[in-house]
Design a protein around this ligand. Structure first.
Ligand code: AGV
Ligand code: CA
Length: 315
């Protein structure tokens, strides 16, 4: 039924929850995935390309085009985080899959590919971003008129009324990483006045990866997707000292917004992004900025976790 189809372009940055987002997206019957692009931010792009291709293959959508960004942001992610997803390709369920076929990835830089995909789209496209927004901003810089092809941008990024999650020497703790990687792009994104929904730390803080959920997932591990997703989440459990950080369902929550928006409380507000200095990457309320953004502030966590168990569980 074509009226049910939601055309989606997905740009991710290769974190474990970015891949869980891809898995989730591929379980959504209403989503027509037009393309995937990889921003080399919270990943090393070679490994991320391999995982992306293998998951598309595994979920029966190997034809979906994949491209990789060649732009590297202003503030690099820690190497230990970028290397983490490499182990996913060694999982029994993925190791045996065919490696990326020669010539399968689009060799053009991802902003060019995104432009081509937007031009070719026959109805407004939803752009889902689970990493920095640089690819989209660079695409719109190439062809500003393509903004009219975008029906909705859903972006996991920012921290509006809560502290950020960047702990470095050059940031005072107010920024979220996806914005911090390329603060100028985030500032630029607002100027396009796109229908933008942010899924910031304000709401992702409400959905930690917790053992109660992982136990429920394990209880249905006879389902191949639950088994695989459970393994993915398991890799995040011991990677962060618990006294310092918790791993959250950041991108997975943003992805679920496409399917269960009614589970979210969203506030429409005027936003600004700080581009330089100790607050670089900060997203803040700024009445009068003229940049109206929908910001998710609350989620029905039970509805969200139930939705995940349903999508990864019995069909
Ligand atoms: O800031 C959240 C973003 C999400 O897109 N990423 C992880 C998610 O993919 C960066 C990030 C923050 N803390 C992290 C992150 C951590 N402890 N490990 C890996 N990535
Ligand atoms: Ca991410």
């Amino acid at each position: 039924n074509s009226t049910l189809q939601l055309p989606v372009l997905f740009d991710h940055d290769g974190g474990v929850d970015d891949f869980l987002s891809l898995l989730l997206l591929l379980t959504m019957p209403q989503v027509e995935l037009l393309g995937v692009s990889i921003t080399p931010a919270d990943c090393y792009p070679e490994a991320a390309l391999e995982t992306t291709s293998k998951l598309l293959h595994l979920l029966g959508q190997p034809q979906v085009p994949v491209s990789v960004g060649q732009y590297y942001g202003i503030n690099a992610f820690p190497s230990a985080w970028r290397a983490q997803p490499r182990m996913l390709n060694a999982f029994p369920g993925l190791l045996a899959l065919p490696p990326l076929a020669e010539g399968r990835a689009d060799l053009r830089p991802s902003p060019e590919v995104l432009c081509a995909q937007l031009s070719a789209a026959s109805q407004p496209v939803t752009v889902l971003l689970t990493g920095p927004c640089s690819t989209l901003v660079q695409a719109l810089a190439l062809e500003p008129r393509l903004a009219s092809r975008i029906g909705h941008v859903v972006w996991m990024g920012g921290a509006v009324d809560v502290p950020g999650n960047v702990r470095t020497y050059n940031q005072n703790g107010t920024a979220e990483w996806n914005v911090f990687w390329d603060p100028l792009a985030a500032q630029q994104l607002l100027t396009y006045e796109l229908p933008l929904t942010l899924i910031p730390l304000d709401v992702t803080n409400q959905v930690p990866v917790n053992m109660a959920f992982l136990r429920q997932l394990a209880a249905q591990a006879g389902q191949p997707l639950s088994h695989l997703a459970g393994q993915f989440w398991a890799t995040t459990v011991a990677t962060i000292p618990t006294y310092e950080y918790t791993y959250f369902m950041w991108d997975v929550l943003a992805t679920s917004y496409l399917a269960i928006p009614e589970a979210f409380e969203v506030e429409t507000l005027e936003l600004a992004v700080v581009a330089t200095g100790a607050q670089a990457g900060r997203t803040l309320r700024q009445p009068g900025s003229g940049h109206w953004v929908q910001v998710a502030k609350h989620v029905d966590t039970a509805a969200f976790y139930t939705y995940l168990l349903q999508q990864f569980g019995p069909v």
